[in-house]
Design a protein around this ligand. Structure first.
Ligand code: NAD
Length: 496
């Protein structure tokens, strides 16, 4: 009988009595290994209440106390990240080195949040009028909700909660039901780091939990990452309930390759960014836009590299793991069929891969499709798997116009040795995160992560100073301490 992943509420495991669960698989084995509880109303309210009750004391904890807890969390995480990586691989399927990589990127946000005393400093202006001073502070919001996708069970939550907690908020974290155990592990680590009970709670569940967070008057903000249709729903619904919301959505990232680019670098980058994490990254490159005559020279280089990739169980030192569920694997594979019907050329077909793993795993090998029509669903939809498309264009202008015509605006990259072209590209392209000869331009923790258009609903991106602003409210205080020369009645605005 499989075990159940429950909730973490007010500093201990909260055994669900909802009677509803969802399967969690080991994707490399293709078997259900556990089930995750799906919260009911009682459990949703319990998680929110725990966070609400913990807020006053945590908000008033000194900056140095908060900083020490975050610092300790960072140390524990750094020492024990191997354990977390194994959990991620066993539920998501990504290879162990990649699981460690996502933890390291998340850890960078924890390290950024250690600097919270500096990040929360306000301004002070003396004598804005004679004897009058103005200063500003930033205060925590209260209970904040975080809802994360399956593809980064450690990193995406860490885009938000280190800053939220450091700023004095309390958290209800709703992980993806596909890989919920990472958040439970993190909750225990927080406790070990000395975080008071109730400051970080994990609520496992589905739409009911998400709606419960959005509709609760006790939850101040929603930070969401996931697919575009759900992100749009979260944004609209949270706004309806008067919540502060940042909702990061899906992506379709293009790599524009100019004829003067270093094609060895391009081929390496296309492989890394196209097939890393089996293409289940929001910053994966899914389309190579090749300015003629690049494609005919580039494709053999990509194919040669693809032939060396080993697909298999992430615990066996392979390059690429399985997809997260059988259903998702089949959906991604169906795009290869669509490509064939739409007249594209399937150069490498990953549908029957040789794998270093169990036969029942959710396998799909690296797939390369050339001459993809831009009207095909293979081009217009987010595939979220190891399927790399090539679209051929005649010029730089045609390439940029194509990228700008897309519905998404998460990430993009240009490959060229022409600085002027790269500069023009970064200026003209309508995308939030841009790489110049860098295929996956994920900003470091002290910058902010987020796209444009259907890749981000709301104005505030994740982490960096935008994250600090999202999780705090500003106040401006105008103050006068009376002295003997206070000047008497004056009905106008003070002017000097
Ligand atoms: P998803 O949208 O299916 O799920 C995300 C979260 O929403 C989960 O916690 C899920 O339980 C919840 N959810 C699902 N259906 C819901 C509903 N009807 N109502 C309310 N909540 C619901 O996304 P996923 O498949 O887990 O993740 C992959 C997607 O996330 C891809 O589209 C990917 O591009 C995107 N993503 C985007 C970014 C980014 O930074 N823009 C980062 C990572 C992933």
């Amino acid at each position: 009988m499989s075990n159940v992943v429950n909730h973490w509420i007010n500093g201990s495991e909260f055994v669900s009595t909802s009677g509803r669960t969802s399967p969690v698989y080991d994707p490399a084995l293709g078997v259900e290994t556990k089930r995750v509880a799906l919260a009911n109303q009682v459990e949703i309210l319990a998680a929110i209440k725990a966070a609400k009750d913990a807020f006053p004391a945590w908000r008033d904890a000194s900056l140095s106390k908060r900083q020490q807890v975050i610092f300790k969390f960072r140390e524990l995480l750094n020492d024990r990240k191997g354990e977390l990586a194994e959990i991620i691989t066993s539920e998501h399927g990504k290879v162990l080195s990649d699981a460690l990589g996502e933890i390291t990127r998340g850890q960078e946000v924890v390290e950024f949040a250690v600097g919270i005393p500096h990040l929360l400093k306000g301004y002070y202006s003396e004598n804005v009028s004679t004897g009058v001073d103005v200063y500003s502070t930033r205060q925590p919001l209260g209970v904040v909700g975080i809802i994360s996708p399956f593809n980064f069970p450690a990193m995406v939550p860490m885009w938000f909660f280190p800053i939220a907690i450091a700023a004095g908020n309390t958290v209800v974290m709703k992980p993806s039901e596909k890989d919920p155990s990472a958040s439970m592990w993190v909750a225990k680590l927080w406790q070990e780091a000395g975080l008071p009970d109730g400051v970080f709670n994990v609520l496992n569940g589905d739409k009911e939990s998400v709606d419960g967070l959005i509709e609760s008057p006790d939850v101040e903000s929603i930070s969401f990452v996931g697919s575009t249709p759900i992100a749009k729903y979260i944004y609209e619904n949270s706004s309806k309930y008067g919540k502060r919301v940042q909702a990061l959505g899906g992506a379709k990232n293009h790599m524009l390759v100019l004829p003067d680019a270093d094609l060895e670098l391009v081929a390496d980058s296309a492989i890394n960014a196209g097939f890393g994490s089996a293409g289940e990254r929001c910053m994966a490159i899914s389309v190579v836009v090749a300015v003629e005559p690049v494609a005919d020279q580039l494709i053999p280089k990509i194919v040669a590299r693809m032939s060396k990739l080993v697909t298999g169980d992430g615990r066996r030192g392979c390059d690429m793991g399985p997809l997260v569920t059988r259903e998702h694997r089949d959906k991604v594979a169906s795009y290869v069929e669509i490509a064939e019907k739409d007249g594209a050329v399937v150069v490498v077909d990953g549908r029957n891969p040789q794998v270093n793993g169990e036969a029942g795993g959710f396998w799909l090998g690296p797939t390369l499709i050339d001459k993809v029509p831009t009207t095909s669903k293979v081009y217009t939809e987010e595939i979220f798997g190891p399927v790399l498309s090539i679209v051929r264009v005649k010029s730089y202008d045609e390439g940029v116009a194509l990228i700008n015509s897309g519905a998404f605006g998460n990430g993009t990259a240009i490959f060229t040795n022409d600085g002027g072209a790269a500069r023009k590209f970064q200026n003209e392209v309508e995308v939030g995160m841009i790489g110049v000869n860098v295929p996956i331009p994920v900003p470091v923790a002290y910058y902010s992560f987020g796209g444009w258009k259907n890749s981000l609903f709301g104005v505030t991106k994740a982490h960096g100073m935008e994250g600090v602003h999202f999780f705090t409210r500003g106040k401006a205080i105008t103050s006068r301490w009376l002295d003997p020369s206070h000047g008497g009645i004056n009905l106008g605005f003070p002017q000097n």
